[in-house]
Design a protein around this ligand. Structure first.
Ligand code: HEC
Ligand code: HEC
Ligand code: HEC
Ligand code: HEC
Length: 290
């Protein structure tokens, strides 16, 4: 009976779950009892900060001043069943929780909807294939609705650890789950796969080609990020240009160099928060030219 402590702990977690739902004040913290890893990932994501982020707070002020009401995307009511793949209604309570577990997964009877199979786990789950497709994300990221590209492949990659890590019997070794960090503009690895740079020099002229490797959306997708290509010699830039690449597109530049310039380098840079940190950037590609 060496599983007894595990069984007791699991029952306790279930009791907590039930008692908090009875109090109607159930939150992401209740999910963390059994989904600690996923909760930790979610907390570091922009979905968790969708309402509290300074950028959104600023927008809220501006739209209130202009008399506009905001959409429910930053403080959504429960998506299942009525709002899957559609722009959600706004919820009145606890806006600071942003886009949380309950909003994306739970209906009013506390059944968790996802792409997984239907069972009792110890809460009911219900299968809805839309969770694995762009249509799900497109309820809020409306531009992506009909893109036909699977957003989850890049933004919710499979990572180590099971989908639950609560006190539970029979956990599977080597289990994986879909990452809830929603890596994006803050992930150097994902960024480095998003574009290519090719530079050729003919005497005093430089041919610079930047190609998007993204088929699903623009790079950068949102206008508050910045992509820049710059030629640098000695201490600083001798030429630079901002760019925004359409899916799978290529941008070509022809640059006249100062006479007899010995060597230079060209950098493709991504600025995640150009309005606040003007000098903070990732170098996505760098090429040295003789
Ligand atoms: C008492 C423990 C417990 C609590 C509390 C709990 N869950 Fe779960 N949940 C589980 C277990 C166990 C599974 C099954 C995981 C597996 O497949 O191994 C699961 C599965 C899920 C699934 C996926 C179903 C699938 O197969 O794809 C979702 C979504 C989910 N839970 C959401 C939530 C949310 C949201 C909360 C908080 C409101 C929550 N859970 C609270 C134990 C719990
Ligand atoms: C209920 C609405 C909603 C749904 C559904 C939704 N998102 Fe978001 N998402 C948001 C909001 C709001 C933000 C914050 C945007 C901001 O403030 O700039 C965000 C931010 C993001 C970011 C930015 C992360 C970063 O680091 O910059 C990514 C990536 C993202 N979402 C991907 C997805 C994907 C993929 C899906 C589908 C699996 C999805 N979202 C579903 C509302 C939603
Ligand atoms: C923006 C919406 C969104 C939010 C917020 C969200 N999830 Fe998910 N979750 C998804 C999607 C989409 C999938 C399915 C991914 C796939 O099929 O590739 C998923 C999958 C899951 C799974 C199954 C994982 C697996 O790989 O088997 C669990 C468990 C889960 N979520 C729990 C949670 C918990 C707990 C929270 C809060 C900490 C949460 N989710 C927040 C959208 C969301
Ligand atoms: C091939 C991988 C890939 C696919 C597929 C993909 N994305 Fe992205 N996405 C990226 C990369 C790389 C970035 C970061 C560069 C940028 O901001 O454009 C990004 C950025 C984003 C951002 C903005 C992050 C921010 O804060 O500026 C959102 C939102 C987003 N993606 C949503 C989606 C949605 C929705 C889909 C599905 C329709 C999708 N992505 C499909 C790779 C991908």
């Amino acid at each position: 009976m060496n599983n007894l402590p595990g069984i007791l702990a699991a029952s306790l977690a279930l009791l907590l779950f039930i008692s908090s739902s009875a109090a109607e004040e159930i939150s992401e913290g209740d999910c963390a009892a059994c989904h600690a890893a996923i909760s930790g990932e979610w907390r570091s994501s922009l979905h968790a900060a969708a309402y509290s982020s300074p950028a959104f707070q600023q927008k809220l002020k501006e739209s209130a001043a202009a008399g506009n009401s905001s959409c429910g995307c930053h403080t959504p009511a429960a998506l299942p069943p009525g709002y899957l793949g559609r722009e959600p209604a706004a919820r009145a309570e606890a806006p600071e929780r942003g886009v949380d577990c309950l909003a994306c997964h739970m209906d009013s009877s506390l059944t968790a909807w996802s792409s997984g199979e239907e069972r009792y786990v110890p809460h009911w789950t219900r299968q809805e294939k839309i969770y694995s497709s762009a249509a799900f994300c497109g309820g809020c990221h409306v531009w992506g609705r009909d893109s036909g590209y699977d957003c989850q492949t890049c933004h919710m990659p499979r990572v180590e650890g099971g989908p639950d890590d609560g006190p539970r019997i029979g956990r599977t070794a080597g289990a994986m789950h879909a990452s809830h960090r929603w890596v994006g503009s803050r992930d150097p690895e994902l960024l480095s796969g998003a574009a290519e740079l090719e530079v050729l020099r003919h005497g005093d002229s430089l041919q610079v080609t930047v190609s998007s490797l993204l088929s699903a959306h623009y790079f950068p997708q949102t206008r508050h990020r910045l992509l820049k290509v710059a030629a640098l010699a000695g201490g600083g830039p001798i030429w630079e240009s901002d760019l925004r690449l359409a899916p799978d597109s290529t941008a070509k530049f022809s640059v006249a160099l100062p006479e007899n310039l010995p060597g230079l380098r060209v950098e493709l840079r991504f600025y995640p928060v150009p309005e606040v940190q003007t000098d903070s950037f990732y170098v996505i590609r760098r090429q040295a030219i003789e």
